[in-house]
Design a protein around this ligand. Structure first.
Ligand SMILES: CC(C)(COP(=O)(O)OP(=O)(O)OC[C@H]1O[C@@H](n2cnc3c(N)ncnc32)[C@H](O)[C@@H]1OP(=O)(O)O)[C@@H](O)C(=O)NCCC(=O)NCCS
Length: 170
């Protein structure tokens, strides 16, 4: 995968991404909206382990969003199995200095187009926390449909949270 849009690129992770990944991922405004598997604090050791782990998975479904100089975010799909094997969950985060410029809306559109074609998927879904209005706006911008609310389905930072279910099908 190598998709270029505006001055950004969606590409595979590189070992040389460790410093910028650790710099931008170490942010509680990002971690609080993600699963606990995304560490906080986030150090270079975490970045190195993530890149090694993710690059061992083939086909690659986890990608960096990068400028020419450094990575500024991540976007990936978790493929489901068995009867759900034509579905995948999409997840993403962006470095806070780059928020609200439309970058993730474009990245999600491009990665979904790629995934429907290259991975032969029928359904891509996301489960943002109900309070995550920025992520919900991204999904709506990309024509994901709200299918419902999983009430108190997540336990994050000491609280039970509702998750919204959004999906795009073809
Ligand atoms: C969610 C995230 C990836 C969005 O990236 P982004 O590049 O800023 O997104 P975009 O600029 O494409 O779109 C942001 C949208 O959210 C809206 N928005 C931002 N903050 C908002 C808020 N507090 N309330 C309502 N809408 C908000 C913007 O207006 C924009 O919507 P619009 O295009 O309809 O105007 C980024 O905020 C992030 O990394 N958050 C932390 C990690 C995370 O939440 N990941 C998703 C987990 S499900």
């Amino acid at each position: 995968m190598d998709i270029i849009f505006d001055q950004y690129q969606i590409r595979e992770w590189r070992q040389s991404d460790v410093p910028s990944l650790a710099k931008y991922a170490n942010n509680c405004n990002i971690a609080l909206n993600l699963r606990d598997g995304f560490p906080h604090p986030y150090g270079e050791k975490d970045a190195k382990a993530f890149i090694e782990r993710t690059n061992a998975i083939k086909p690659s479904t986890s990608f960096a969003i990068a400028t020419n100089a450094e990575i500024i975010g991540g976007i990936g799909l978790v493929l489901r199995r068995d009867i759900h094997r034509f579905s995948a969950e999409i997840g993403y985060w962006l470095a806070e200095p780059y928020w609200d410029r439309g970058i993730m809306t474009k990245a999600v559109r491009l990665v979904c187009d790629w995934a429907f074609t290259e991975l032969n998927l029928t359904r891509i879904f996301a489960e943002p926390f109900a309070a995550n209005q920025a992520s919900i706006a991204v999904l709506r911008n990309c024509n994901f449909v709200h299918e419902g609310t999983s009430r108190k389905s997540a336990y994050k930072d000491g609280q039970f949270l509702d998750q919204e279910i959004y999906a795009l099908v073809r």
